[in-house]
Write a new protein. Structure first.
Lengths: 481, 95
């Protein structure tokens, strides 16, 4: 029979048991009693000789157990006209008597005994069973590895990796990954640049497996891909530019804690699986499905190591600013990602400031140098304020609006100091900008966030890429289960 | 049911074939360097001697190679040597 089809149970009573389960062994005489007065069909999972006292079928491939969602043995089911109408799990004398209609059933047995786990939900088997019995939901091309082929080397050779090893996306692993989202495998998440390929949930799951994600990261990977494949973000341009940027993913909401994301010590660095693999899954998907590969559409002069994965959670609990996603229109408490085309982070040091004014002066001076001290209006920036620095703002009662207003006020520049040729630097504004005041950043060009370890009077600056319609705009998307 | 050691799912857009296409045949071998790789099956050398003679008649320069044993793939160094010295390679599977 077709493995994907749910086998119809015979009418009457159906029991599913295994010998390894003491409760099942205990109920063997009861099954024999039932069989004398009722049509009883027994399926045994682990030993075709058990239970010896009643006729039984061997559910050797566990297809009956899988398709009928048997989680505990023994399970006793009543079937009428091929349809299940009732079931009980484990041994409960009352429940078995009700289900069978035999009033004195199991008189010499205890009132109750819990059952055991069904083999069909055994952690060592469940992935294989899911692949065997539901594998047809996978439509991606299956590739068989030859007997002498090393799958890790083969995936390198096929051009599927970012230069680091990837986990082989077997059907079992991909199905397990798909369990992390309620979306159907054939749902289209986005149209993936640069090749403009319809991106299915299944392809996302395959690349998420390769990246090393856990299934619970899937909604975050999907949301980040929706965000980067948005026209406003302009992933094609982010790839094609010779500048060093890649998607920087800022995660907000209570779900960041549930999936164990890092918002603290070494927040941009190595060591946290969710931070490392969510961003990596996004990049692998763009590479493999979208076709965005370095040296092809990706023309970056230097790139940056964050193009492997640059993804972090905001430290919302300690923040005087409120969450970035909330500021960008997502209701408080809702999980969300914000994507930003950013280069590598750089450190903004001030160990002596004790007032918010002093600290803001230092931040403004550091922010002046983004891309070039004479560059204005062209690049946005993320300022990641550390807990040691944010405390200075919190104690002074400065929130997001105040900090941003004070920063922008300090970043109004006399154009005559940044004209072409001034200070012996050819770079600068054309002469027609003479005698003006020009802002370093556009009004919404500073994204203020809060993250980092609890010690260190340093904050961090992540500079962006050409902003506005011609470049990339930050995009914020809610994470859906 | 697949008999492969391991089956994986294609992570790409599947716009390219899973197997690499064969290169097109050269229109001429005149002036080319052709490697003949003897995998050391018995009398494979007899076959390759004759091939060498035919190739030479067509203007090719022929270099001879042999794997240490037919039971194992050619070592990486040998493959590299052939790839760096030859335009084409013919592998002798004769028995």
């Amino acid at each position: 029979m077709d493995l994907m089809t749910k086998p119809v149970l015979p009418d009457g009573l159906v029991a599913v048991v295994k010998r390894e389960c003491a409760t099942c062994v205990m109920t063997e005489p009861v099954l024999a009693t039932i069989a004398r007065s009722e049509t009883l069909t027994v399926f045994t999972q682990d030993d075709e000789t058990f239970p010896a006292s009643v006729p039984h079928s061997f559910d050797s491939d566990l297809s009956v157990s899988w398709h009928h969602d048997i989680e505990t043995v023994p399970t006793l089911i009543r079937v009428e006209n091929g349809v299940e109408v009732d079931r009980t799990i484990g041994w409960s004398r009352d429940a078995w008597r009700t289900l069978t209609g035999i009033d004195d059933l199991g008189e010499d047995l205890p009132v109750m005994r819990p059952g055991c786990g069904s083999l069909s939900v055994d952690p060592d088997l469940v992935d294989k069973l899911r692949a065997r019995f539901t594998g047809s939901v996978l439509t991606a091309r299956h590739i068989d590895m030859a007997s002498a082929e090393d799958e890790f080397e083969s995936m390198f050779n096929r051009g599927w990796t970012d230069g680091l090893p990837v986990i082989p996306p077997t059907p079992e692993r991909v199905l397990r990954m798909l369990a992390g989202t309620t979306r159907a495998p054939d749902d289209i998440v986005a149209v993936a640049p640069p090749d403009l390929v319809p991106l299915t949930v299944e392809k996302v799951a395959i690349n998420a497996v390769m990246a090393g994600c856990l299934p619970e990261y899937m909604p975050w990977v999907i949301a980040a891909l929706e965000a980067v494949c948005n026209d406003r973000f302009n992933m094609h341009g982010v790839l094609a530019t010779t500048m060093p940027v890649g998607p920087v993913i800022v995660c907000n909401g209570p779900g960041t804690k549930r999936i164990g994301m890092n918002s603290g010590i070494n927040v941009f660095g190595q060591g946290n699986r969710a931070n490392m693999t969510i961003g990596r899954a996004v990049q692998l998907t763009i590479r493999n499905v979208g076709g965005g590969r370095p040296g092809e559409v990706d023309r970056a002069t230097h790139g940056n190591p964050g193009k492997l994965s640059f993804c972090f959670a905001e430290d919302e609990d300690g923040s005087p600013f409120g969450p970035l996603a909330t500021e960008r229109g997502i209701p408080a408490g809702v999980d969300a990602v914000t994507v930003f085309a950013g280069e590598g982070p750089r450190c903004a040091v001030d160990q002596l400031a004790r007032t918010p004014e002093e600290l803001t002066n230092s931040f403004a001076a550091c922010l002046r140098s983004v891309m070039h001290p004479k560059s204005v209006m062209t690049f946005d920036v993320i300022l990641v304020v550390s807990p040691d620095h944010s405390r200075i703002y919190a104690e002074a009662g400065w929130g997001r609006e105040r900090v941003l207003a004070e920063l922008h006020a300090r970043l109004q520049i006399d154009s005559n100091t940044i004209l072409r040729g001034v200070d012996g630097m050819a770079e600068g504004l054309p002469d027609r900008f003479r005698d003006r005041t020009v802002p370093k950043f556009r009004p919404d060009g500073i994204l203020l966030t809060h993250a980092g370890g609890g010690a260190g009077l340093f904050s961090s600056i992540i500079a962006g890429w050409a902003n506005g319609e011609m470049g990339s705009q930050p995009v914020t998307v809610a994470v859906k289960s | 049911m697949s008999t492969a050691r391991l089956t994986i799912l294609d992570p790409t857009s599947e716009s390219k074939p899973a197997r690499r296409e064969l290169l097109s045949r050269p229109s001429s071998i005149d002036g080319m360097t052709i490697g003949l790789l003897d995998i050391r099956k018995p009398r494979g050398d007899v076959f390759l001697d004759r091939i060498e003679q035919l190739l030479a008649e067509r203007g090719a320069r022929v270099l001879r190679y042999a794997t240490p044993t037919f039971t194992k793939p050619a070592p990486a160094d040998l493959r590299h040597e052939i790839a760096s010295q030859c335009n084409l390679v013919i592998e002798a599977l004769a028995d």
